[in-house]
Design a protein around this ligand. Structure first.
Ligand SMILES: Nc1nc2c(ncn2[C@@H]2O[C@H](COP(=O)(O)OP(=O)(O)OP(=O)(O)O)[C@@H](O)[C@H]2O)c(=O)[nH]1
Ligand SMILES: [Zn+2]
Length: 394
């Protein structure tokens, strides 16, 4: 059986078996820092239910709702009391809407009383672009540094909650509506700090032997990020071999390809192919990372697929929705590899960004091992886009 690095904490079954990543203990578990983080997590949960939250940064304060049509009664109530909302979008979405802006991370549009709820939803959701021709021209509103930080935090919260990165905000209302005092209030700095350091701190929670096809001598190890984010798994294959550098695959979850057998991508082949190859060499790991849709989440990936049905490629579809081309972080993978004692690896990938991302976090990728499979008529364009736009070796 594979022996990974020994647990660093007590063997009480309810406690995490080990921690990986830096600074995973806080001086005071009930201190101010913990309370700030708790509010960020609560805010994400509120936003997923289309419930408003408040964000502060220095002298700026805003009330926000996710853009979209999930809670029309709340949008109407807030608009009644505070006037029409100011939409805040990413600079990627601003480029699609042809909004002139100063290159800030977020762009705030001026409120307009004649925008319907559907118009507001269409500002965020590119799948509505054809059905709802966008009613520009759009006027931007100037923002100071504090407002920029608050807006950036608002969109970071939405991305962390796996929602589209567009918000309807009401900046610093003179009179908060009744009930606003009870809303979750988060500080922009806490959001930024959690987004930066949270995903790279993981606890090893559970592990067991898991014989799989082509690699019967395997163990599945489960990790939970300390920020409460989605859980990642490592399938450790074979026996540690001091003479060999482990063969590793970082696989980002793909529900459509891994489970449904979608022909639009190469994920299913890559997943099973990686297990087979690592099994054949006898020592390595497959990390199964909860980073669906290159980190935008399955719902947004489905929207990206709808845009691809309209003729956009995989890169443009992400940008049209307001996301970056690739929203994944390599921090959880690096923390898991460290925990597994795999700091020098051979990496199965065609993606130069994966090699660079792991090396930037201090891992030693001694070799990139190509990982290509036969194409089919449905994924040829997708793979060509990876080669031409994201620099994949294909
Ligand atoms: N947003 C988006 N994600 C996609 C699309 N097609 C596949 N994905 C996701 O892309 C990820 C696949 O990543 P990987 O298999 O790691 O591929 P890669 O980054 O190209 O790198 P290698 O396969 O290692 O060369 C999975 O999370 C898929 O869900 C798409 O059209 N849009
Ligand atoms: Zn896929």
């Amino acid at each position: 059986m594979v022996k990974a690095s020994p647990p660093t904490s007590a063997s009480d079954p309810d406690t995490p078996r080990s921690q990986a990543g830096s600074g995973s203990t806080t001086a005071d578990p009930f201190g101010a820092d913990a309370a700030l983080m708790h509010r960020v997590a609560r805010a994400q949960d509120d936003l997923r239910r289309w419930y408003p939250v408040r964000v502060t940064a220095g002298s700026a304060e805003l009330l926000m709702l996710p853009a979209g049509s999930g809670n029309p009664a709340m949008l109407a109530a807030l608009s009644d009391r505070l006037g029409p909302p100011h939409p805040v979008i990413t600079r990627e979405r601003a480029a699609v809407l042809k909004v002139q802006h100063k290159g800030h991370e977020t762009v705030r549009l001026a409120p307009r009383a004649d925008r319907s709820a559907l118009d507001l939803a269409a500002l965020a959701d590119a799948t509505l672009d054809l059905a709802t021709p966008l009613k520009g021209p759009f006027t931007t509103e100037p923002t100071d540094a504090d407002a920029d930080r608050a807006q950036a935090a608002a969109l970071t919260l939405l991305k962390r909650a796996r929602l589209l990165p567009a918000a309807l905000i009401w900046p610093a209302p003179d009179r908060w509506p009744d009930g606003a005092a009870a809303l979750t209030l988060v500080e922009a700095d806490a959001v930024a700090r959690l987004a930066e350091t949270g995903p790279g701190r993981v606890h090893r929670i559970a592990e067991a032997r898991l014989p799989v096809a082509h690699a019967p001598d395997s163990r599945l190890i489960g990790y939970r990020p300390t920020d409460g984010g989605p859980e990642h798994f490592a399938l450790v294959i074979g026996q540690p071999d001091r003479a060999a550098v482990p063969l590793v695959r970082l696989h980002s979850e793909c529900f459509t390809g891994d489970l449904l057998g979608s022909l639009k991508c190469d994920c299913g082949d890559q997943l099973r192919g990686a297990i087979q190859r690592i099994g054949a060499v006898g020592w390595g790991a497959l990390l199964y990372l909860a980073q669906e849709g290159r980190g935008i989440g399955l719902m947004s990936k489905l929207k990206a697929y709808a845009l691809q049905d309209q003729g956009h490629d995989t890169v443009d579809a992400n940008l049209r929705l307001g996301f970056g081309v690739d929203e994944r972080l390599f921090d959880p993978a690096a923390a898991m590899l460290r925990d597994l004692g795999m700091e020098r690896i051979r990496l199965l990938t065609n993606n130069p960004a994966k090699v660079a991302g792991l090396e930037a976090l201090g891992l030693d990728v001694v070799e990139r091992v190509p990982h290509t499979f036969a194409t089919n008529p449905h994924n040829e364009a997708y793979l060509a886009t990876k080669r031409d736009k994201t620099g994949h070796y294909l």
